[in-house]
Design a protein around this ligand. Structure first.
Ligand code: BTN
Length: 238
């Protein structure tokens, strides 16, 4: 599509109207791009905005693993197509060193213990010059173009992301979650680091030790003991 409010909003509507598993919505730009935790995703043309409809036989508690499938797929696809050392910051931010290159927003519909569908929204700053972004975002974000000085074909990167997503999704469904979790561990910059996690009203300080089998972050607390965190923002201290 050319311009949409949000590819996630379009995909959620299509999923409600019985669009099949595997349907993908791609747009050139978004006017109401959505980020995690109710934030806005600034979405000028030149970048990747896509949403994938999935209807897996999973429980809603396992939906974070679909987001992890997408972050693993994106990090691998971007490494391969651009040569950048793209890493994942928990839960699913795509990073080049300390700067955010892309993000993933999963929205789900569930009925009791059944996941009816999930929409995996992927945004990657590809060809934008980050200097054109608002000041608060410019400070913490980057783009492939800013990092490499080159423009890349959106279609090429999108097709690699879709191939990788299909591979890791199939592996998760057929063999189980362990291979996916291990690949996420291999691609993340968060584990082993001292972190502050802002989770709602709480600030949790400690060492990010591991993720559990639902993708929650296990933080070893400075005060002793550990905490499992399902949503929040991580600041890596080193
Ligand atoms: C984040 O906050 O890190 C998640 C950002 C997700 C942005 C993508 S862009 C395509 C899809 N449509 C949206 O409105 N959001 C996601």
């Amino acid at each position: 599509m050319e311009t949409v409010g949000s590819t996630n909003a379009v995909a959620l509507e299509l999923a409600e109207k019985d669009a099949p598993h595997g349907t993908v919505v791609v747009a050139h730009r978004q006017t109401k791009g959505r980020g995690r935790l109710g934030r806005t995703w600034v979405s000028p043309s030149g970048n990747i905005y896509m949403s994938i409809i999935l209807k897996p036989p999973l429980s809603p508690a396992d939906a974070p693993l679909l987001t992890m499938t997408a972050s693993v797929a994106c990090a691998r696809a971007l490494r391969e197509t651009t040569g950048l050392l793209v890493g994942i910051k928990w839960p699913n931010d795509l990073m080049v060193l300390e700067r955010k290159l892309g993000g993933i927003l999963t929205e789900v519909k569930s009925r009791g213990s059944e996941l009816v569908f999930a929409v995996i929204g992927i945004g990657v700053n590809l060809n934008s010059d980050i200097e054109e972004f608002p000041p608060d975002i410019k400070e913490i974000a980057t783009s492939v173009r800013t990092e490499t000085g080159q423009k890349y074909s959106r279609n090429l990167v999108i097709s690699r992301i879709l191939d990788e997503t299909e591979f890791w999704y199939d592996r998760f469904m057929k063999v189980g979650r362990e291979g996916l979790l291990d690949e996420w561990r291999h691609l993340t910059f968060t584990l082993g680091k001292k972190v502050i996690v802002v989770a709602g009203e709480e600030m949790i300080t400690g060492v990010a030790r591991d993720i559990d089998k639902e993708g929650r972050l296990i933080v070893e607390l400075v005060s002793g003991g550990s905490r499992k965190i399902s949503a929040g923002d991580v600041k890596v201290l080193g």
